[in-house]
Design a protein around this ligand. Structure first.
Ligand SMILES: *[C@@H]1O[C@H](CO)[C@@H](O)[C@H](O)[C@H]1NC(C)=O
Ligand SMILES: *[C@@H]1O[C@H](CO)[C@@H](O)[C@H](O)[C@H]1NC(C)=O
Length: 944
């Protein structure tokens, strides 16, 4: 929630003039390094590897790289660089290029990686004709050409999957000392320095650039790729477009008021991972850099923008995508992910940056938020209205106004005098509270956080080393410097129950404004020459004793949520899982928090944008993604609100939220017919709550997106590559939300024709063989969702007030048969809130159906994908168990051709004959009340 003052918002609302103020944000042309690097287009790379210096030791090749120039015929070395190429497990390589002897250390991004990546073996296979060939233990190869420097990465089939520096755009601007001005006798400067190297202006803001130019860039080519994807967060399509006709995609965490759609402008998040996909393979690169970054893309198969150029270069249409990453500072540090199936590249990325740990179950249910629920009575009435209208809800949210005048870790004493009782009232129904805590701190004498931060030097400093003073919600504000371990520790401790009275284990946190948002700063964020903590090093002074904000900007929010997560876990000594929502994102965010897409608008286009935006974040490791349901700004009329609830019910993070100036819009405030539709959408979510929970458990093990592009599961099917208005949940449900007004049918693509995949409409169990596009009739109640044949989906049909109250309820298993009359599925069960699952207190069951029998078993084997996973991933454990009281109420088998005559349940020593009903016409067999306990394995045998 946000921003430039209510007066402005109100004025805009009245004039009806909504839209981003582009003038507040830089174009590439206005960003010194972007302009500089984009203009550099050498015919031949100046970078040359010195073959005499090559050493291969362990998993690392190291060598000296030099930039060379010619003076006449003479080659001269301009600058020395150090190259490290490392082989990492699971088909990943890393290239690092730093100056051999930099004037000061160059910043290396600190928090994105989930620990040191695990090494693979690396062998130098040949060194001849100026080319080195290296091989890892799995048969992936790297061919390095020395002059000019080029890296080709080959997959196990020997195909070139990724090329680095093919287009000669590798650059590392060396750090240097500013030359003293030397004048001649007439007072004219001799040797004039380029002033832009040492300062930059944007609007009224001046950036001192004390280290001068220090940009880095690299180009990456993906042969045979149809498209590239990733580098969230943007409001553009899921696949990335050629940028040569305009702005590059920008990655710079910014609080963009009323962001616009179909744009490459930077918004709140920046995850510099890119995936390429085509029918031959998938591959990817992760650009490990936290500074402002711009990314150019050229898709040679795309339209006519570059086709003449392509024909010139390749002599015909060839599939290939080139990309170029340009960052303001840091080193060249690029991970190459060699796939080569989509799931492989997604996993390779989360293996580096981590998967999300299992979230508390309530966080997958429905959340009700608004800026603001104004007082305790308001909270109580919202809470009671959910019950009065029989609409399930798990969480009520409080935005900034709950605080004592925007001082975080306090409550407004008039409006929220009894927070502990308010929370207890919610938890009595299994509900939770989430409160907002932002990183800016009100500069007010007597406010304990401010005084402690000031006294202990916990604030980010300005360019002169004084506490930086910016403008945010509280007015004059300073920002905690989470890079300082003492500041992070102090902040984490604020979350302890004794330090934040009124909170309990059922109060969770929303970290907003952590780009960071600074209303008075350049581009509504912090000046780049602000100073952050750097660990003290002997003899380090001046520029070596701090990092500038420019180095760490995109990482700031990550440090913020890390401190919050630490505090939220520590307050219960790690006993209860904590839920955090963040707005800023970077690589690794998934380890700490869920994400929403920020301040969107109650417009159909914004509803449609939720799908590509969350697909992109999901592919970038951040599965727990959602958008403000209903839209933050403006008011959604009934049809839009209905479609948005229906879409949100099938997206990972499901929260309604709205701006303070908009009309109230809790579900019961619409006319009864609409309220009924919103209720129905919520109830569908709750019926599938254990399906969602199982998907997130599986994500925590395999690191794969929960919300998936179709091409992840159908990589050869070219028609799926550009589809971003529908998606898969796991590999089981296909969702195509209705995001258009006034439609009576929508186009849906059902993939898998060649593999004879069957799909089942989840509302009717009607079987639809995969056939590509079809028209699906949609009345206002219809949410097009299809279950894949061959899958089993667990449901809970007795929807209650909150997910916690449904914990012991019985299950319905929906079995959708494939062509072979078989199906498999999984079910994860635990207590939903503690960390006891890390101590084997859970069930991870495998469910299989064959015509002769259906089994529910506790698989003790590790799945092949996770056997080598880094620490932090939990393996399927053979001793795991959980004493659930849930039982099996019903089995629905869809697509049955020959129904069995009898069914018998076997559990422990008992055998029970079961009743069945056949629903002819749609070939659905229902096994009624098997009554098996879900705490123990069971088997049902069928006879014909
Ligand atoms: C808690 O619920 C009780 C019973 O409904 C009510 O009287 C009380 O005012 C509530 N407390 C708060 C702080 O909302
Ligand atoms: C059916 O079973 C055969 C043999 O196991 C397998 O090759 C095929 O992929 C299966 N077909 C479907 C649609 O699952």
């Amino acid at each position: 929630m946000r921003t430039l003052g209510l007066v402005l918002v109100a004025a805009l609302a009245i004039s009806g003039c909504f839209g981003v103020d582009r003038n507040n944000f830089k174009t590439c042309e206005q960003s010194g390094f972007c302009k500089r690097l984009r203009a550099l287009k050498p015919e031949k790379s100046q970078y040359v590897l010195n073959l005499d210096t090559v050493i291969v030791h362990g998993n690392v090749l190291s060598a000296e790289v030099n930039t060379m120039d010619y003076e006449g015929d003479k080659k001269v070395v301009l600058w020395h660089y150090a190259l490290r190429l490392s082989a990492l497990v699971d088909g990943t390589f890393r290239i690092e290029i730093d100056e051999a002897d930099p004037l000061y250390p160059r910043y290396r991004t600190q928090l994105a990686l989930d620990g040191e990546p695990a090494a693979d073996g690396l062998r130098l296979a040949s060194n001849e004709n100026g080319k080195l060939t290296l091989i890892n233990t799995q048969g992936h190869k790297v061919v390095i050409t020395a002059d000019p420097l080029k890296f080709e990465f080959l997959n196990q089939k020997g195909e070139v999957a990724v090329v680095v520096n093919e287009n000669s755009q590798l650059f590392v601007e060396p750090l240097r000392v500013r030359k003293e001005r030397v004048d001649d006798e007439d007072g004219q400067a001799l040797d004039v320095e380029d002033e832009s190297a040492w300062s930059e202006n944007f609007k009224t803001h001046h950036d001192r650039k004390p280290r001068g130019n220090e940009a880095v860039s690299v180009d990456v080519s993906f042969p045979d790729a149809d498209h590239v994807y990733g580098i969230p967060q943007h409001t553009d399509r899921f696949f990335l477009k050629t940028t040569t006709d305009g702005e590059p995609y920008r990655l710079y965490n910014l609080d963009v008021f009323e962001y616009e759609l179909d744009s490459r402008m930077a918004i709140y998040g920046a995850v510099p991972v890119m995936y390429a996909h085509g029918s031959s393979r998938s591959a990817g690169v992760f650009w490990h850099n936290s500074a402002e970054t711009w990314v150019d893309v050229v898709n040679y198969a795309e339209g006519n923008v570059v086709s003449s150029l392509v024909n010139l270069v390749t002599g015909g249409q060839k599939r290939k995508v080139d990309a170029r990453f340009m960052s303001e500072s840091g080193i060249v540090d690029v991970f190459v992910l060699l796939g080569d199936r989509p799931a492989d590249v997604f996993r390779q990325y989360t293996r580096l940056t981590g998967a999300a740990p299992l979230p508390p179950k309530f966080s997958l249910a429905y959340h009700q938020s608004r800026w603001n629920y104004v007082d305790e009575a308001d909270v109580r009435s919202v809470d009671e209205n959910f019950d009065a209208h029989d609409i399930p809800a798990d969480v009520i949210w409080l935005d900034i106004e709950y605080t004592d005048r925007k001082k975080y870790f306090t409550w407004d004493p008039e409006k929220f005098p009894r927070p502990a009782e308010m929370v207890a009232n919610l938890t009595a129904k299994g509900r939770k509270l989430v409160v907002i805590i932002d990183p800016h701190i009100k500069r007010e004498a007597g406010y304990f956080v401010h005084e402690d931060a000031q006294d202990n030097s916990y604030y980010v400093k300005d360019k002169d080393g004084k506490d930086y003073d910016g403008w945010c919600w509280p007015g004059s504000s300073s920002y905690l410097d989470f890079f300082n371990p003492a500041a992070s520790k102090y902040y984490a401790e604020r979350y302890r129950f004794e330090n934040f009275p009124g909170t309990s284990k059922d109060v969770h946190f929303w970290n907003d404004m952590n780009e960071p948002s600074v209303f008075s700063g350049p581009e509504i964020t912090m000046p780049k020459d602000n100073r952050h903590y750097a660990p003290p090093v002997d003899g380090a002074d001046g520029l070596s004793s701090f990092w500038e904000h420019r180095h760490v900007h995109n990482e700031y929010g990550l440090w913020h949520i890390r401190a919050t997560k630490q505090g939220a876990m520590d307050r219960t000594n790690g006993k209860y899982r904590a839920f955090i929502l963040t707005r800023a994102t970077f690589a690794g965010t998934q380890r700490y928090a869920a994400v929403w897409t920020g301040d969107n608008m109650a417009e159909w286009g914004h509803l449609a944008a939720t799908v590509p935006m969350c697909l992109s974040l999901g592919a970038a490791g951040i599965s727990h993604c959602g958008a403000d349901v209903g839209g933050f700004f403006k008011y959604p009329e009934s049809e839009l609100m209905t479609r948005w609830y229906q879409a949100g019910a099938f997206q990972p993070f499901f929260r309604a939220h709205s701006h303070i100036e908009t009309k109230r819009r809790e579900p019961w405030l619409y006319e009864p017919a609409t309220t009924a539709l919103l209720r129905d959408a919520n109830r569908r979510r709750y019926a599938l709550i254990d399906f969602w929970y199982t998907l997130f458990y599986e994500h925590s093990i395999d690191g794969l997106p929960v919300m998936r592009p179709l091409w992840q599961e159908f990589p050869e099917e070219r028609d799926t590559y550009a589809i971003d208005d529908q998606y898969l949940l796991g590999d089981k449900l296909l969702v195509r939300p209705v995001t258009e007004p006034g439609v009576s049918s929508v186009k849906v693509y059902l993939p898998g024709k060649d593999a004879r995949v069957l799909w089942y409409d989840v509302d009717t169990y009607k079987m639809i063989p995969a056939q590509g596009y079809l028209n699906q009739d949609v009345n206002i109640a219809k949410i097009p969702v299809y279950q894949r044949g061959g899958s089993v989906v667990p449901r809970k049909e007795r929807v209650r007030r909150s997910s916690a109250l449904m914990a012991d309820d019985p299950y319905t298993l929906v079995v959708a048969l494939d062509h072979n009359n078989t199906a498999t599925g999984t079910l994860y069960i635990d207590d939903g809130e503690t960390t006891d699952y890390t101590d084997s207190q859970y069930i991870y069951a495998k469910i299989t159906y064959e015509p002769s029998a259906m089994t529910y078993s506790f698989d003790s084997r590790k799945s092949p994908h996770n056997s080598e996973f880094l620490s932090g991933f939990i393996f399927v454990n053979e001793n795991a168990h959980f004493p659930t009281r849930s039982w099996l109420e019903r089995i629905v088998i869809a697509g049955i051709k020959t129904p069995p005559k009898t069914a018998k349940l076997h559990q422990e020593e008992k055998q029970t004959a079961l009743q069945m009903t056949l629903h002819k016409g749609n070939d659905v067999l229902v096994v009624r009340k098997p009554g098996a306990s879900m705490a123990k394995p069971w088997k049902i045998t069928f006879s014909y």
